[in-house]
Design a protein around this ligand. Sequence first.
Ligand SMILES: Cc1ncc(COP(=O)(O)O)c(C=O)c1O
Length: 408
Amino acid sequence: MHLRCNNRNCAHTLDLHERAVACPKCGDLLEVVMEAPKQDPAQVKRMWLERRMSNASADRSGVWRFRDLLPGPYSLEDLVTLSEGNTPLVHGLKTGKSTGLDQLFFKHLGWNPTGCFKDLGMTTGMTEAKHVGAKIVACASTGNTSASLAAYASRAGLEAHVYLPSGKISLNKLAQALEFGAKIVEVDGSFDAALDQLLNTKNDDIYFLNSVNPFRVEGQKTVIFEMMEQLDWRVPDVVICPGGNLGNSAAFSKGLEELKEFGFIDRLPKLVVVQAAGANPFAELWRTGADELTPTEHPETVATAIRIGNPRSWRKALHGVKMTGGFVMEVTDEEIGEAKALIGLDGIGCEPASATTLAGLRKLHAEGKLDRDATVVAILTGHALKDTDYILKAHAKANEARLAEVNG
Ligand SMILES: Cc1ncc(COP(=O)(O)O)c(C=O)c1O
């Protein structure tokens, strides 16, 4: 197991535990090259299931339960875990009707310890940070990464610095970072400016934990393992997820590729990535077929978690979309709002960025592009309570409209 440059023309390799986020030769992102488990896939699947019955701390984690396909080995006592993962696949009822799908499932990653999918990559990233002796961990964030980093840093006994676009994140997420004891650095501008500022900080004591960190990707890919287990290893037709910095899409691609390569599954679901129309550089790249991504200079969307103009993991995500025969699309803020309301009425709820998935499916349904018999898994990335301001404003608006109707 080692690190390798993601640029296939470079393919420079490093030791697994070398402290680098980018390739020292060409600057591209790094990835962990995984080896096939020693046991055959059927045995490994059985072992993963058996661990669900165990009360050992490593097995209670819905990430570390899959440690046969994760970096390591770490001593199990050293894992920085909050029993993350173990999130359900929830059947979509009203949402299913609205998309004409009988087999629509939501994989709700918002039901993680800090209310967001970030915990899945943070447990692996923070474990590695501790392993290499880091003292300070840091990230730039649209809110959720900072909340997760702050929580896991506290567990690990490390100092957390979070770089946030000033006034541009949900207060609930800011409150979480404060609650978990992070040092907040406010940056004028967007998430992209915050990430640039952090990456230009010359402090060798800082260990970077944005999703470009290959160890974050490793934990995040276990979403695919858990989803496949929950579907009794019947491969769905479509996995659809929101796209911001594209860490998730990159991680899901890696998870799928490894499962296929190591003989756990024999085909791949289409990976569909949905962006908000005001922050859509990846959708534009897909539409135009360009070779390089052109960043969106002033990203704008109500889905603040994906208000990102320069997604760093676009090459990895593009590889996954192409490999699976999937595609990239965009939806408007209005479509996101309608979809979010429907997910709420299904008793599930999610934050605005997550609702891009249902918005995308509704759009595809309206265009006659969804097969009723398809099994579709929509990834919900954040909990409804992550952005209560959005909900209260939306309902105040709806109430005003109702009042206007009543008063003629
Ligand atoms: C709730 C939520 N959904 C989606 C995303 C986008 O994920 P990614 O950056 O991995 O594309 C984020 C990123 O912060 C998020 O917080």
